[in-house]
Design a protein around this ligand. Structure first.
Ligand code: IMP
Length: 430
């Protein structure tokens, strides 16, 4: 039995979906443990693209059970839409392969309305959220007035719960100029969601516990990334959940003693979508090139991603916060043709050199990256399937990243397709 937590080492969009899909044949269970449909995990198999927002990225493998844990916030319409599309494609034949926790909280229409209206009202101070209602849904969870997936299955008590929750929402919605709530319509919709979701609702913690006792392999699929974590990220420019590896325990319902390995996933460069500091951002030609070649547009919102150099200060911080046992470096192919490759190894803040990620937002905002340079490579590496086949400069770049992060590189990705992957080590070894 082996358990592996795969999490983003940057600001999300590191290619977790591709990696989870690639790792999933060795996993009996794939588990989402936080976030919601703010995530957009893109999988490409033989040129065919699948974008998943809620269903775990193990679903394309017929032998894998996919759990949505209690730490996730679920937009029922999005989950049902994804399930229906997978059924229509013949990918999902057995509902037992997708299980959603009855304890997961529900994203309701007012959560989305509030998310969008608050962002509009914030103007230049906006976080740049995905507008999917994630923050407001987590707020209600923590305030102990949320509606959970299992609540959708009991229509009468649900009506009262919705009435109470709506009373709480009305003043802010009115203040922000949103439409008045029609709780009756929301209730009818919620009951319908409950009816359609019922075959998928389960006690996912028990399924997981049984699987671990039976010696199964489990892969925990993180969403967003370390620097979007509500505690460890660039607060307040973060999402509203814990994205670090430790969150897998609380969000799925297992103890830390049952986690064996943690895989950090990073791009060969850095991207960020939404507002907030980004010390190694390149706003000129190089940024444009990375965005164009790397197709750096959000899988959820279509927004262009901000691009820049790889930041080893961040990687070291991520390795420490998550306890990485291995690294996966994605999109190495995108760097082909860049003559000089830079890596940020330290920051200068008010003239002072630091090798550590700063504690406060204002320090991160003032951080000027200190770079080291490496000669680039021009060869197309998308057909390389062994590390030894990579051009020397690409190999040396990867080895330098490994040394700077202090974590072995276990997987390299050299293209979007599932097969465009180089395994250096088995991250699933027990
Ligand atoms: P929220 O999660 O929609 O509240 O957005 C908060 C911040 O996290 C914004 O900067 C978003 O752009 C960012 N974010 C949320 N989910 C993702 C993701 O899956 N990839 C990249 N950025 C994300």
């Amino acid at each position: 039995m082996a358990t592996l937590v795969a999490v983003g080492a940057q600001w999300g969009d590191e290619g977790k979906g591709k990696l989870v899909d690639w790792l999933a044949p060795r996993a009996d269970l794939v588990v989402r443990f936080h976030g919601g449909n703010n995530a957009g995990h893109t999988l490409v198999v033989d040129g065919e693209r699948t974008v998943l927002h809620v269903v775990p990225a193990g679903v394309l493998h017929p032998g894998t059970i996919n759990l949505i844990g209690p730490g996730v916030v679920v937009d029922p319409a999005v989950l049902l839409g994804e399930i229906q599309a997978l059924v229509a494609r013949g990918v999902l034949r057995d509902p037992a392969r997708v299980r959603v926790s009855g304890r997961a909280h529900v994203i309701l229409p007012w959560h989305k309305a509030l998310d969008l209206a608050r962002e509009r009202a914030a103007g230049a101070g906006a976080i740049g959220t995905t507008g999917r209602g994630i923050g407001p849904a987590y707020e209600d969870k923590v305030a102990r007035r949320g509606i959970r997936v299992a609540d959708l299955l009991a229509p009468e008590p649900l009506r009262e719960q919705l009435e109470r929750a709506a009373d709480h929402k009305r003043p802010e919605l009115a203040h922000l100029g949103c439409d008045a709530l029609d709780v009756g319509a929301i209730w009818r919709q919620a009951v319908e969601w409950g009816r359609e979701l019922e075959p998928f609702v389960d006690h996912t913690g028990r399924i997981l516990d049984r699987a671990l006792r039976d010696g199964r392999n489990v892969l925990f699929e993180g969403a967003q990334g370390t620097f979007l974590d509500v505690d460890h990220g660039t607060y307040p420019y973060v999402t509203s959940s814990n994205c670090v590896a430790g969150a897998a325990c609380a969000g799925a319902g297992i103890g830390p003693t049952r986690i064996h390995r943690v895989l950090g996933i990073s791009k060969a460069y850095t991207t960020r979508v939404g507002s907030g500091p980004f010390p190694s951002e390149e706003t000129g030609e190089l940024g444009e090139q990375l965005r164009r070649v790397g197709e750096e547009f959000g899988a959820t919102t279509g927004r262009p991603r901000r691009c820049g150099w790889l930041d080893a200060v961040m990687l070291r911080e991520a390795a420490s916060v998550n306890g990485f046992t291995g690294l996966a470096i994605n999109k190495l192919d995108v760097l082909a043709g860049v003559a000089e490759l830079k890596i940020a190894t330290a920051y200068r803040i008010d003239g002072k050199l630091t090798h550590e990620f700063p504690m406060t937002l204002s320090e991160i905002e003032r951080a000027e990256p200190v770079y080291e340079s490496h000669p680039g490579f021009s060869e197309d590496i998308t057909r390389c399937r062994r590390k030894a086949e990579l051009p020397g400069n690409a190999r040396r770049y990867v080895e330098r990243v490994e040394a700077l992060a202090g974590v072995p590189v276990e997987i390299l990705s050299v293209g979007a397709d599932r097969d465009a992957t180089i395994a250096c080590e088995d991250p699933f070894r027990a």
